[in-house]
Design a protein around this ligand. Structure first.
Ligand code: 5GP
Length: 120
């Protein structure tokens, strides 16, 4: 069923390069680019090029298992590429209480500084 969150997002324009972004990794399924409001020296977003209903993790279905795995594995590759050898933080915000603002699933890769736990 359609929800208000099913409309196109700004990430579609980033995928189509209508809106410029700093791409750090790209293959046929995944795009990784620098967040416009970085929360650390390194802050990269990893997204599926085709949303396929995956507005957020809470909407995941069995057909999404491969892309979910790819997003995390690509995060590891990009972390290595960015020299984050001392560690990093992976975040997936979901829904209003999770502070999600763009309804096209994305993995945040944040690093280059000491993180805090628990998060706010
Ligand atoms: P969320 O809050 O949904 O987990 O994360 C959305 C992220 O997208 C935010 O960190 C925000 O800074 C980033 N963002 C929003 N619009 C743009 C944009 O036009 N370009 C880039 N590079 N990042 C964006």
């Amino acid at each position: 069923a359609a929800t208000p969150f099913d409309s196109p997002t700004i990430f579609d324009k980033i995928i189509s390069k209508e809106i410029p972004s700093t791409v750090v990794y790209e293959d046929d399924k995944v795009l990784a680019f620098r967040d416009i409001t970085p929360q650390g020296p390194i802050h990269i977003l990893l997204i599926p090029k085709v949303r396929d209903g995956l507005t957020g993790l809470s909407k995941a279905e069995e057909r999404h298992i491969d892309i979910l795995g790819r997003l995390l594995y690509t995060a590891k590759l990009v972390a290595k590429q960015e020299g984050l050898d001392e560690g990093f933080r992976i975040v997936i915000n979901d829904g209003p209480q999770g502070c999600q603002s763009v309804y096209h699933i994305h993995v945040h890769l944040i690093g280059g500084r000491q993180m805090n736990w628990p998060p706010g």
